[in-house]
Design a protein around this ligand. Structure first.
Ligand code: SAM
Length: 249
């Protein structure tokens, strides 16, 4: 089932090398060969896509009358898993070849694909019951802006599921991640992610850590943290051993 994919990208945006590589048709064609094995290779366990989807769907408790945003959908894996439960899904990506491939693989009429940059979402505040993000957090140019945008479009009580590779807990691990960072791949610190989302009223409710692979669920409670622009409060948070709200790249 194919239909025209709307281009809703902002007229100017900065892209990293990693993002530019996803604009190539060959990347879209080869992507799923990597994706089906990716979590098994990264965790060292038998971590199939089915296991990943089952965990995501259990945490989200997707209902047929809900609507979801799949951010950085690539070939549409998360979008199809959520749509199987009957929810309406808007699946977005920067890459036209990825979206075209996703559309070719999709039979469900309840998924719409759109070319959109997460950092400038063309959707109103509180428009979605849920947001899902599979590994895309590692690729955004401005991670903090992306997190704020996801939080903005979530309804109160809405859920955010993310799977990403976090900053390594060891010095050697952080050194190994440096080479990838040169291409624009980010390894967000999970405490900083949580502190950033808390500014928008989202609290972490579930987490599963497998090596650097991080699966997390946040819920929009509406309770917000101190603003990062308040140095006195920030020092208080540090003194209390809470994560500081550092700018994300
Ligand atoms: C690692 S893939 C994730 C694929 C998919 N979510 C999954 O679980 O298989 C990252 C995707 O995010 C997209 N992407 C990167 N930066 C983006 C941005 N700023 N806005 C929207 N999509 C973006 C890339 O084009 C790429 O298709």
């Amino acid at each position: 089932m194919t239909s025209a994919i709307p281009n809703r990208l902002p007229s100017a945006a900065k892209y990293t090398l990693a993002q530019l590589s996803n604009l190539l048709p060959v990347t879209a064609l080869l992507y799923d060969a990597w994706r089906v094995k990716s979590l098994s290779l990264l965790t060292g366990e038998d971590f199939t896509l089915e296991r990943e989807f089952a965990l995501m769907l259990e945490w989200l408790n997707v209902q047929p009358d809900q609507n979801f945003l799949d951010v950085g959908t690539s070939t549409g894996n998360y979008a199809r898993a959520v749509a199987e439960r009957g929810a309406v899904v808007t699946a977005i990506d920067l890459s036209k070849p990825m979206l075209t491939q996703a559309q070719k693989l999709t039979m469900q009429p309840n998924i719409t694909y759109e070319q959109v940059n997460i950092e400038a979402l063309p959707y109103a505040d509180s428009s979605f019951d849920g947001v899902v993000v599979g590994a895309s957090l590692n690729e955004f140019f401005d991670t903090k802006q992306a997190l704020f945008e996801m939080a903005r479009v979530l309804k109160p009580g809405g859920k955010l599921f993310m799977m990403y590779l976090r900053e390594s807990d060891t010095g050697f691990g952080r050194f190994a991640q440096t080479a990838f960072k040169l291409s624009g791949i980010r390894f967000p610190n999970r405490d900083v992610v949580a502190a950033t989302l808390l500014q928008s009223g989202l609290e972490r409710s579930r987490a599963e850590l497998r090596r650097a692979v991080t699966l997390e669920l946040f819920v929009k409670t509406g309770r917000t943290s101190v603003t990062p622009s308040d140095p006195a409060e920030r020092n208080l948070s540090r003194a209390a051993g809470k994560p500081a709200t550092e700018p994300l790249t």
